[in-house]
Design a protein around this ligand. Structure first.
Ligand code: NOJ
Length: 454
C-alpha cells in the first residue's frame, strides 16, 4: 500500500520564473516583461530578465533533476517564445529550445508534463484586449495546436492553464500581478468565461492535432478545507466550504467550483449563478459544452487550507487559528491535512485521477558557514504533507503524482527574488545551484517511493 508503483514524483517550475533570456532568440514580449519594467510594481525593481538563466543552463538543470531521481518534471512553455505575436509566425529558436529540453528530459528518464499557460500572456495579444476579447479563445486554441504539432510526438502529458484563480484574481481583481489592472467585476467574469472556453478549445485542438494519444488536464488552485473532527457534520461542513462561492464580489475568484465545475460538469455552480448571475456574461449551452471537453487528469495546486466545523446554525464555520500557528516564511499557514482532505473531496466530486501539480513553501534559506543550505522546516513540512497525501491514497483516492514547488529558487512574481521556494538554492550573483538538505531528503523519499514516511 501507499503510493502507486509508477507514482510521478516530480518538481515544478514555470517559464518566466526560471528561464531568463527574456529578449533573446526572437522571443516576443509578454505582460510580465512589460509589467516588470514599470517601476515599483515588483519588490526591489526585480524582473525575470535573467532569473535562473535556465534557458542557457537547462542541461545542467536536467542533470540535477536526474541526480535527484525525479520521475517527472512539470514546466511551462512561454507562449511568446513560441509565437512572438501570440498568433501567426512560429519562432523556430523557441521551438528548438523546448525540443532540446524535452529530449534532455527523456534521455534522463524524466517524464515531461507541459503546462501551456503559466501567466506570461503575449503582450501583442494583450494590446488587442487580452482575455476581454472573445477572440482570445481561438488565440489560445491556435497556440495549443502549435504545441501539439511540435511537441506531442514525445510528450504525453499536458495541462492547459495554471491557476486561473490567480491570473484573473491577482491580475485584474487585486491588480498586483501583470498587467496590474483593477477591472470592473463584470469584466473579470467575462474574462473568466473566455478563459474557460479557451481551456476547452485547447483540449479540442490538442486532441485533434496530437501525434499520439495524449493525456490532458487542468491545473487550478484554491485553499482547501478540512474538518475539525471526524464527525459527519464537520466533514460535510468542510466539503460544503471547499466548494462554496465567496460572498464578497471583489474576492469571487478565490474558489474551486466556479473554475472546475464548468470544466468537469459543463455547468457553473448554482450558488455562483444565484449570487453573481447578474454580473456574469450571457452564455450559451454550446459554450458550456466547449468548456466541458473531456479531460483525462485533474491537477490541483495545493498549499494550505482552513479547518472547518459545522456551526450552531448548521453552516460551515472556520475554526480560528491561534497565535503562533505554524507558518512559512511567506506567512502561509502550515496545514498538512489539506493534502488528505483536498484530494479526497476533489476526487469524490470530479472523479478524475489526481495530480498535485504544486505544493511547497518558502523558507528563510541561506548558505551556512559549512557551505550547505539547511532547511529543516521544509523537510518537516514535506514530511507532514506527504504523510497526509499517502493516507489519502491508501483510503482509495486515485493520486497519480506530486510536483514539489519548486525545483529551485526562482522569480516569485511580485515578491521578486525575496521568497525561496526551491529544493535547490540559487545564488543569483553567480547562478550557482546548491542542493538544500530537503533536496537530498526528497531524493531518498523518491527512492523509497514514499515508504520512508509514515
Ligand atoms: C503558485 C504559482 O503557480 C507559482 O507560479 C508560484 O510561484 C507558487 N504558487 C508559489 O507562490
Amino acid at each position: 500500500m501507499g503510493f502507486c508503483k509508477d507514482f510521478a514524483w516530480g518538481a515544478a517550475t514555470s517559464a518566466y520564473q526560471i528561464e531568463g533570456a527574456a529578449y533573446e532568440d526572437g522571443k516576443g514580449p509578454h505582460i510580465w516583461d512589460v509589467f516588470c519594467c514599470d517601476n515599483g510594481r515588483i519588490a526591489c525593481g526585480e524582473s525575470g530578465d535573467v532569473a535562473c538563466n535556465h534557458y542557457h543552463r537547462f542541461r545542467e538543470d536536467v542533470a540535477m533533476m536526474k541526480e535527484m531521481g525525479l520521475k517527472a518534471y512539470r514546466f511551462s512553455l512561454s507562449w511568446a517564445r513560441i509565437l512572438p505575436d501570440g498568433t501567426g509566425a512560429v519562432n523556430e529558436a523557441g521551438i528548438r529550445f523546448y525540443q532540446e529540453l524535452i529530449d534532455a528530459l527523456l534521455d534522463a528518464g524524466i517524464e515531461p508534463y507541459i503546462t501551456l499557460f503559466h501567466w506570461d500572456y503575449p503582450y501583442a495579444l494583450q494590446q488587442r484586449g487580452g482575455w476581454m476579447n472573445p477572440e482570445s479563445v481561438e488565440w489560445f486554441g491556435n497556440y495549443a495546436r502549435v504545441v501539439a504539432e511540435y511537441f506531442s510526438d514525445r510528450v504525453v502529458n499536458f495541462f492547459t492553464l495554471n491557476e486561473p484563480q490567480c491570473f484573473i484574481g491577482l491580475s485584474y481583481q487585486d491588480g498586483v500581478h501583470a498587467p496590474g489592472v483593477k477591472a470592473p467585476v463584470q469584466d473579470t467574469f467575462l474574462m473568466a468565461h473566455h478563459v474557460l472556453m479557451a481551456h476547452g478549445r485547447a483540449v479540442q485542438m490538442m486532441r485533434k492535432y496530437a501525434k499520439q494519444e495524449i493525456r490532458i488536464g487542468y491545473a487550478p488552485t484554491g485553499s482547501m478545507s478540512y474538518p475539525d473532527s471526524d464527525r459527519p457534520e464537520d466533514i460535510e461542513a468542510a466539503r460544503t466550504h471547499l466548494f462554496a462561492i465567496p460572498e464578497q464580489a471583489d474576492r469571487w475568484t478565490w474558489n474551486v467550483s466556479f473554475w472546475s465545475d464548468p470544466v468537469l460538469f459543463g455547468t457553473y455552480p448554482e450558488e455562483a449563478l444565484e449570487r453573481y448571475g447578474h454580473l456574469m456574461p450571457k452564455f450559451t449551452q454550446e459554450e458550456m459544452r466547449l468548456i466541458a471537453q473531456p479531460i483525462d487528469i485533474y491537477g490541483q495546486n495545493i498549499y494550505n487550507g482552513n479547518r472547518i466545523r459545522c456551526g450552531k446554525d448548521g453552516k460551515p464555520e472556520i475554526v480560528p487559528r491561534w497565535q503562533g500557528f505554524p507558518k512559512t516564511a511567506l506567512n502561509w499557514p502550515v496545514t498538512p491535512e489539506c493534502l488528505y482532505w483536498g484530494p479526497k473531496f476533489l476526487y469524490e466530486r470530479y472523479g478524475k485521477p489526481i495530480y498535485i501539480t504544486e505544493n511547497g513553501l518558502s523558507c528563510h534559506d541561506a548558505v551556512s558557514v559549512d557551505g550547505r543550505v539547511h532547511d529543516p522546516n521544509r523537510i518537516d513540512f514535506l514530511h507532514r504533507y506527504l504523510r497526509c497525501l499517502k493516507q489519502s491514497a491508501e483510503d482509495g483516492v486515485d493520486i497519480r503524482g506530486y510536483f514539489q514547488w519548486s525545483l529551485m529558487d526562482n522569480f516569485e512574481w511580485h515578491s521578486g527574488y525575496a521568497e525561496r521556494f526551491g529544493l535547490v538554492f540559487v545564488d543569483y550573483q553567480t547562478q550557482q545551484r546548491i542542493w538544500k538538505d530537503s533536496a537530498y531528503w526528497y531524493r531518498d523519499l523518491i527512492r523509497s517511493n514514499g515508504d520512508m514516511i509514515d
